[in-house]
Ligand binder design. Structure first.
Ligand SMILES: Cc1ncc(COP(=O)(O)O)c(C=O)c1O
Length: 434
């Protein structure tokens, strides 16, 4: 009996299609390090890290131990009414990693969406300005604030009207670069497009915040050019607009730095949000900001009963320890080039592999129609189907980009094993589907 299929039949009967993109015959049953196992016991190398929640690996023993110990002591006492020891001890530890100066404060959430929503609240509260700028192709979550800031049409189908006053500008994605355009020309053109709303219908002095992923995750693992982000940052400061970075996908060592904004020189955000891998996938997120900003709202404007509960706080504390003690940021940075070299070689062998981007153990590999730069989402899905069948978990992002985000603890030998399987699948695709 195929246990996966039995469970999937049950899932499809009960689980809303709005909450899952599950389209493969696999039900995850357990995990260890960079491996997961399905309900039939089949092993997979996980190159997705549960959508970047498993940066320190599945069931990392330090994290599991911390959770078990805390669970036996106190499951919850809401920080809304009484501080709990674990959560309070965690605060300075997390803030120490944050690349922002001056007194900082934070507010806990239970999901990335919630903390992105909080950016909008704190920014409006502090500046007393209504408008928010976010980017095409961005992902900021599924609640009304997060969805309204997100730049993807499927996120907002049939649920409008959205939160008012959120304006989208084009993200400087590499595929927007014109033929023959230099990097400087590209940056100038995209920055002019950024300025357009301000010249036409959004007064800069009524704008509260610019929300940006310095490296877009779901947008295809694409990094904004340094010069572009510098221009946007200076524009924000000139006009008293807050600069907020969403590190939910790309933070915590994923991109080879603690936070992806550290790829950029002298850019210090006013607000930073993190989640996902923060507590190794347990529901914890944080909105971190300059003290004055975080003091601009009053209770209960950003209070959530279960946010920052002792168990997730213990998981977070242990996760931060593992990142530090196992030097996972450096590891991510050093192993990135190994992965980049592999995918570049594949791109030279197979005409359906386009651009390869890699920042740390964190890559976007474009799947294109051979001989063009045109995306081929169907082929990308087919590749992921075959990969999963062959024991490697990868998904697509931005429809036609293979998302490479393994646990940062993955062994080089395990990666090499995954690469052999990927090459085998690409060969099969080349022979039978091109
Ligand atoms: C950059 C970014 N922000 C926010 C979110 C939303 O996080 P969550 O699904 O935990 O609400 C995501 C989720 O993929 C994300 O990638």
């Amino acid at each position: 009996m195929d246990k996966n299929q039995v469970l999937l039949n049950q899932m499809h009967k009960y689980f809303s299609r709005a909450a899952t993109n599950q389209n493969r015959d696999v039900v995850i049953s357990s995990g260890k390090g960079s491996y997961v196992y399905d309900a039939n016991g089949k092993q997979y190398i996980d190159l997705l890290s549960s959508a970047t929640t498993a940066n320190v690996g599945h069931c990392n023993p330090h994290v599991v131990h911390a959770i078990q110990k805390q669970a036996a002591k106190l499951l919850d006492y809401t920080p809304v009414y009484f501080a709990n020891t674990t959560e309070v001890n965690l605060m300075p530890k997390l803030l120490k990693t944050i690349p922002m100066h001056g007194p900082l404060e934070l507010s806990w959430g239970t999901s990335g969406s919630e903390s992105d929503d909080s950016i909008i609240k704190f920014a409006r509260g502090y500046t007393r300005r209504p408008y928010v700028i976010s980017y095409d192709g961005s992902c900021h979550g599924s609640d009304y604030g997060g969805a309204s800031a997100t730049g993807e049409v499927d996120q907002v189908r049939n649920i409008g009207p959205l939160l008012p006053g959120i304006i989208k500008v084009p993200y400087p994605a590499p595929w927007l670069k014109l033929k023959g355009e230099t990097e400087d020309q590209f940056v100038d053109r995209l920055f002019n497009e950024f300025l357009m709303p301000f010249e036409n219908y959004v007064p800069a002095d009524e704008t509260a915040v610019i929300m940006v992923e310095p490296i877009q995750g779901d947008g295809g693992i694409i990094k904004a050019p340094e010069k572009y982000l510098q221009k946007v940052y200076h524009f924000a400061h000139q006009h008293g607009i807050l600069f907020a970075v969403d590190e939910i996908n790309q933070g915590l060592g994923r991109s080879g730095t603690w936070w992806s904004i550290q790829h950029f020189h002298n850019i210090e955000p006013d607000i930073l949000v993190t989640g996902k891998a923060l507590a190794s996938g347990l529901p914890l997120s944080a909105t971190i900001g300059k003290k004055a900003i975080m003091e601009s709202l009053v209770f209960p404007e950003d209070a959530f009963t279960t946010a920052g509960n002792p168990v997730v706080a213990a998981a977070c504390s242990a996760t931060l320890d593992v990142i530090q003690q196992e030097h996972l940021v450096t590891r991510s940075k050093k192993m990135g080039p190994f992965a980049k070299k592999f995918f570049d070689e594949e791109a030279s062998k197979y005409p359906f592999i386009g651009d390869v981007r890699m920042y740390g153990l964190n890559g976007g590999i474009d799947v294109v129609k051979p001989g063009t730069k045109k995306f081929d989402p169907k082929l990308a899905e087919k590749i992921c189907d075959l990969l999963v069948k062959n024991g490697v978990i990868m998904t697509t992002t931005n429809f036609s980009v293979l998302r490479f985000q393994p646990p940062l603890v993955i062994k080089k030998s395990t990666l090499s094993k995954a690469f052999i399987i990927i090459d085998h699948v690409f060969k099969e695709i080349n022979q039978h589907y091109i």
